[in-house]
Ligand binder design. Structure first.
Ligand code: PMP
Length: 290
C-alpha cells in the first residue's frame, strides 16, 4: 500500500510521523473521509472545500492549493490501483514541542490513505439499523463546533462507546438542551407528515456531503424538505428515519431505544432515496484512470 505523505508517495511501513506531531498529541488537525465509485471520486470538490473550511476554522494554513490536493488524492488512488475506495485525507498542525502552542508547529503534516471500503452488512440496508440515543451529549457549538471536521473526535467516540455497550452500531447525539444533532459518524433525517426533515447543522452537526446530496435528490424528486430543530420524541413518532454518511451512504433506521419506528421496516421514501443515491454515485464524480 502506498501512502501520500508530505508531497511523496511512500510505502505503508515508511509512512510514519513524529510523536511530537500535534495531530497526535492534541488532536490538532482536520480530516476528510471521501469515497470513490468505479474510478469516480464522489463530490471531491465539496470534500476538499470542507477540509479547507475546517482548517481555516482552526487557523491552520494548509501548505498546498486545493488543485494540488485534488491531484494528490487522484495520484494516491492510482498508485494503489483502487477503483472503489475509501479515502482518508488528514492535515495536522505538524510537529511541535510538548506545549499546546501551535506557533511551534512550523510545517503542517499532510497525508492521504486510500483503502478498500469496508461496508455495513447488507442486512442493515435491507432490514434497517437499530440504534440508541447516546448518553454523551454533542459538543457545544461555542466550545468546539461540530461543523469543524477536526481530529478531535473523542466526543463522537464516547457516544460510539455508548452504542457499542448497548450492542448497537450507531447512536443519536443530543445537544446540551435536548435537540437532536446527529449521530456519531452520520447525519440523521426523518420523514414526518410526508416531509423530509433534518436538523440544521447550526445546532451542532457536521454539514455532511451525503446530507447535502440527499437534500438535492429530495428537491429533484419533489419531496418537501425542511431543516428544523427536532427532539427525540419527533424521531420516535416519525414515519421513517434514516442516516447519511460517506461510508454508510443512506441507511434506514427501524428501531431506536428499543422502540420500533412505524412498522419496523425501511420506509418507501427512504428506499427511493437509496436508489436515486446509488444512481448519482455512478455518474457524478471526478474521474481517474488506473
Ligand atoms: N456527522 C459526523 C460526525 C461525521 O463524522 C460524518 C462523516 N463520517 C457525517 C456526519 C457524514 O458526513 P459525510 O456525508 O460528509 O460523510
Amino acid at each position: 500500500m502506498r501512502i501520500y505523505l508530505n508531497g511523496k508517495l511512500v510505502d505503508k511501513d515508511k509512512a510514519v510521523i513524529s510523536v511530537f506531531d500535534h495531530g497526535l498529541l492534541y488532536g490538532d488537525g482536520v480530516f476528510e473521509g471521501i469515497r470513490s465509485y468505479n474510478s469516480l471520486v464522489f463530490r471531491l470538490k465539496e470534500h476538499i472545500d470542507r477540509l479547507y473550511r475546517s482548517a481555516e476554522a482552526i487557523e491552520l494554513k494548509i501548505p498546498m492549493t486545493k488543485a494540488d490536493m485534488i491531484k494528490a488524492v487522484l495520484e494516491t488512488l492510482k498508485a494503489n490501483g483502487l477503483k472503489d475506495a475509501y479515502i482518508r485525507l488528514v492535515v495536522t498542525r505538524g510537529s511541535g514541542d510538548l506545549g499546546l502552542d501551535p506557533r511551534k508547529c512550523k510545517v503542517p503534516t499532510v497525508f492521504i490513505i486510500t483503502d478498500k471500503i469496508s461496508l455495513y452488512p447488507k442486512e442493515f440496508y435491507q432490514n434497517g439499523l437499530a440504534i440508541i440515543t447516546a448518553k454523551t451529549r454533542r459538543n457545544l457549538v461555542t466550545a468546539l463546533n461540530p461543523k469543524i471536521k477536526s481530529l478531535n473526535y473523542l466526543n463522537n467516540i464516547l457516544a460510539k462507546i455508548d452504542a457499542i455497550k448497548a450492542g448497537m452500531e450507531e447512536a443519536i447525539m443530543l445537544t446540551y438542551n435536548d435537540y437532536v444533532a446527529e449521530c456519531t459518524g452520520d447525519n440523521i433525517f426523518i420523514i414526518s407528515g410526508g416531509r423530509l426533515i433534518t436538523p440544521p447543522a447550526d445546532v451542532g452537526a457536521l454539514e455532511g456531503i451525503t446530507r447535502d446530496a440527499v437534500i438535492g435528490l429530495a428537491r429533484m424528486m419533489g419531496i418537501g424538505f425542511e431543516e428544523k430543530m427536532i427532539k427525540i420524541e419527533d424521531i420516535y413518532a416519525a414515519s421513517e428515519v434514516f442516516l447519511t454518511g460517506t461510508a454508510a451512504e443512506i441507511i434506514p433506521v427501524t428501531m431506536i431505544d428499543k422502540r420500533r419506528i412505524n412498522d419496523g421496516k425501511p420506509g418507501e421514501v427512504t428506499k427511493r432515496l437509496m436508489e436515486e443515491f446509488k444512481k448519482i454515485t455512478k455518474v457524478n464524480g471526478v474521474k481517474y484512470e488506473l
